[in-house]
Design a protein around this ligand. Structure first.
Ligand code: PMP
Length: 360
């Protein structure tokens, strides 16, 4: 067996110790004589798995007591509708920052329910950047302010949490959740699909401040009603039990690795050296303003796009896989989430330098 370095944007590489533990526990989870996949979600064994996962996540992120942590399905895409359905209340509009494709998708869904005020347009041009908050055209009466913390396709990431005053701040953190410590108390709602930085597809974590529960109208489907899900401990219907279990193993792995501060240091080091390699070359280029460069998704283009196919096939032969950029932008993209070891980034940098010597 030989594992490759998998730079996929998601579903993405998982920590090897997590996969090994899951393999060991596959047929018989701790003497129960069954796999976690085969357990009733309401049985004692699975409830203990679910509670432990939540406790570990709360510890990692220092989630304050007045926040509920939900383990839902439907991906971040379901949250694009769940957020307005739950938070709109009597307000007549919502504020969104547009920094790229995922922001646009969230905006398009919200428009089905209410008037959307786009407070700022970013993530386009060359270099791509995020407009300073002083230029945002915000509405003080908006039900909430939404932003995408990290645009997975273009690698445009907010370096800091925006200020929203009394307006609840909502963030799509799908591709940066748990990459570093986070002040949860600044947010009304945080949501993230698991399949990038903390587990398999099928699970979405939603962290919601408890005063925002109970605003959904009667017509909102029960499974998308945060209050109903909070009241039933995310078990209004059968949850994604196996993904929840694997996420729990990832949370324990993160704790063993030193928690989010240690992750932040490692992630910054990985990103800094990859960007330095790109900036120092004449073959590769990253089109993002250095102030808004993602720690998690590093896109780059080759000076001669005729070389793209050769780059990808030689990289794959060298054990460096899934480096093709998103189909909407082309080029390359290296996703270097928590589970991508520093040795994977080093191997990529070495390969890129060697490729440039031979083809540049
Ligand atoms: N938001 C962001 C930032 C994403 O990267 C993605 C997935 N690539 C989504 C939303 C959509 O997530 P899902 O496929 O889990 O619905």
């Amino acid at each position: 067996m030989s594992r490759v370095y998998n730079f996929s944007a998601g579903p993405a590489t998982l920590p090897e110790p997590v996969l090994q533990q899951a393999a060991e526990e596959m047929l018989d989870w701790r003497g129960t004589g069954m796999s976690v996949m085969e357990m009733s979600h309401r049985g004692k064994a699975f409830v203990s798995i679910a509670e432990q996962a939540e406790a570990d996540l709360r510890e990692l992120l220092q989630v304050p007591d007045n926040y509920r942590v939900l383990f839902l399905q439907g991906g971040a895409t379901a949250q694009f509708s769940a957020v307005p359905l739950n938070l709109l209340g009597d307000a007549g509009s919502v504020d969104y920052v547009n920094t790229g494709s995922w922001s646009k998708k969230a905006i398009a869904e919200a428009r089905k329910y209410t008037a959307v005020n786009v407070v700022a347009e970013g993530g386009s041009g060359d270099p791509m950047s995020i407009p300073p908050q002083s230029e945002w055209q915000r509405d003080p009466d908006a039900a909430y302010l939404h932003y995408c913390a990290n645009e997975t396709i273009t690698g445009v990431e907010f370096p800091e949490i925006p200020h929203s005053g009394d307006v609840p701040l909502v963030s799509d953190m799908s591709s940066t959740f748990l990459s570093r410590p986070l002040d949860v108390s600044r947010f009304g709602v945080i949501y993230a699909g698991a399949q990038k930085n903390f587990g398999p597809a099928g699970l979405t974590v939603v962290i919601v401040r408890d005063d925002l529960l109970g605003r959904a109208s009667e017509t909102v489907p029960a499974i998308w009603d945060y209050r109903r899900q909070a009241e039933s401990d995310s078990m209004l219907n059968t949850p994604a039990t196996y993904s929840w279990y694997i996420a729990g193993l990832v949370f324990q792995w993160l704790k063993r690795e030193g928690g989010l501060r240690a992750m932040a240091e490692r992630n910054k080091r990985k990103a800094d050296k990859l960007y330095a390699a790109i900036d120092g070359s004449s073959l590769y280029r990253n089109p993002v303003d250095p102030a808004a460069r993602s720690w998690m998704n590093v896109p780059f283009v080759l000076a001669d796009d005729q070389l793209d196919g050769t780059f990808l096939s030689e990289a794959a032969d060298a054990g460096l896989q899934t480096l093709k950029g998103h189909r909407s932008v082309g080029g390359m993209r290296a996703s270097i989430y928590n589970a991508m070891p520093e040795s994977g980034v080093d191997a990529l940098i070495d390969f890129m330098a060697d490729f440039e010597r031979r083809h540049g």
